[in-house]
Design a binder for this molecule. Structure first.
Ligand SMILES: Cc1ncc(COP(=O)(O)O)c(C=O)c1O
Length: 404
């Protein structure tokens, strides 16, 4: 006889499969609630979530400070647009600018990562009067028309056809390939400073410095797409200004994902040079800067600060890297902080599946040998131990099968 939980699982999955467009391959999990790094399914099982719902659960699932702020805001005002002032928006903008590198002084709020990138490209075109945008092989910037056209990864530009004109492709980490394209038609150079979906690829620190110098020399706007790397994920608030990126600060940083702890919100942080060229009505969005999103932003940043999550990321990263040395199948560890790519000799997908069977959620990437970890910033050492135990068990249950 089937248990009630099994029937419920079947009902939910059947309903979703019946009524939702099948654009994602889903895990057989009906998510019911979350707490910290744990995701609880409707059948009572709990999952160690090292993926955070696509890097969104930065503060962990349902951080009490965020939940409280949202509950309070929901009782006051759910939404009003940018036609009025709001304390929630004022506080969020102030807080975001306060934690950013000092030259990034103004915020524009929108609703997602792709929108943040579209708006940043538009600002660069408006600021320079030029049209072309240089992006990189292996970078991912979103799925709306301009962002997908800026994405030279796998089949994305194909999906996005007809592509928006004015997009040029350079090779990530190769400054000469950028120099060859960076003439006076170029408004911006945009990059994911760590290419996440592309397999957690980083360039050498010299590359970021060389990009900054090239942009200064040729009047080009430098944009960091920090939709994944931002909001504490690498153990610093942002890749911009961090030691990992040689202290380089771009003209624009785009954010989304973890910024609202699960409430959809995106943002562009810009310097004065860019801000001075943006006038009333140049950019806009109905929902950007709405009160619920703004309450989520402030509470998210406060929670990261109060719980010392940046220090936690740096400390636990060291421990995680140390423990991963015990697993001989891990050939290399890419990335920084809690944006890590574990490279195996063979395909990572069976390992991802083996971990899921052991109730550990991880991610794959477009590099088939790389398993991605994007856990909440509150992940602790004892939870790392559980992951290592599970990963070891995956290989013990038949390493050949698991990696073939
Ligand atoms: C680096 C990067 N930029 C942009 C995006 C697009 O963000 P969104 O899905 O919120 O539009 C993503 C999403 O995965 C991303 O990883």
């Amino acid at each position: 006889m089937k248990t009630e939980a099994a029937i419920e699982l079947e009902n939910t999955t059947a309903l979703e499969d019946r009524y939702q467009l099948a654009t994602y391959k889903k895990m057989p999990v009906v998510a019911e609630r979350g707490e910290g790094v744990w995701l609880y399914a409707s059948n009572g099982e709990r999952y160690l979530d090292l993926y955070g719902g696509h890097a969104v659960a930065g503060t962990g699932h349902c951080h009490p400070h965020v939940v409280k702020a949202l509950t309070e805001q929901a009782g006051k005002l759910l939404f009003y647009s940018n036609l009025v002032y709001s304390e929630a928006r004022a506080r969020a903008a102030q807080k975001l600018v306060a934690i950013a590198p000092p030259i990034l002084t103004k915020a524009f709020f929108c609703n997602s990562g792709t929108e943040a990138n579209e708006n940043s490209m538009r600002m660069a075109r408006m600021s320079t009067g030029r049209e072309n945008i240089i992006t990189f092989s292996g970078g991912f910037h979103g799925r709306t028309a301009d962002s997908i056209s800026a994405t030279f990864l796998g089949k994305y530009r194909e999906i996005g056809k007809p592509n928006v004109p004015g997009h040029l492709r350079a090779e990530f980490g190769d400054i000469d390939s950028v120099r060859a394209l960076a003439d006076d038609s170029v408004a911006a150079i945009m990059l994911e400073p760590i290419q996440s979906m592309g397999g957690v690829r980083m360039a050498g620190p010299k590359f970021y410095r060389a990009l900054r110098e090239l942009c200064d020399e040729r009047g080009i706007i430098l944009i960091y797409d920090e939709v994944q790397t931002g909001v504490g994920r690498i153990g610093d608030w942002f890749f911009a200004g961090s030691a990992a990126g040689d202290g380089v600060v771009p003209d624009v940083v785009t954010l989304a994902k973890a910024l609202g702890s699960g409430v959809p919100v995106g943002a562009c942080l810009v310097n004065e040079k860019v801000a001075d060229n943006i006038k009333e009505n140049d950019l806009g969005t109905t929902f950007g800067g709405g009160m619920m999103a703004m309450a989520a932003v402030t509470a998210t940043l406060e929670a990261i600060e109060r719980d010392g999550m940046l220090e936690n990321v740096s400390n636990v990263e060291v421990y995680l890297r140390q423990r991963l040395k015990e697993i001989e199948q891990v050939r290399a560890i890419h990335g920084r902080g809690f944006l890590l790519g574990l490279e195996f000799a063979d395909k990572a997908k069976p390992i991802h599946e083996g971990l899921l069977e052991r109730r550990v959620i991880t991610g794959t990437s477009s590099d088939l040998k790389v398993l991605r970890l994007l856990p909440p910033l509150c992940l602790r050492q004892d939870e790392v131990d559980l992951f290592i135990e599970s990963l070891t068990a995956v290989f013990h249950s038949g390493p050949e099968n698991q990696t073939s």
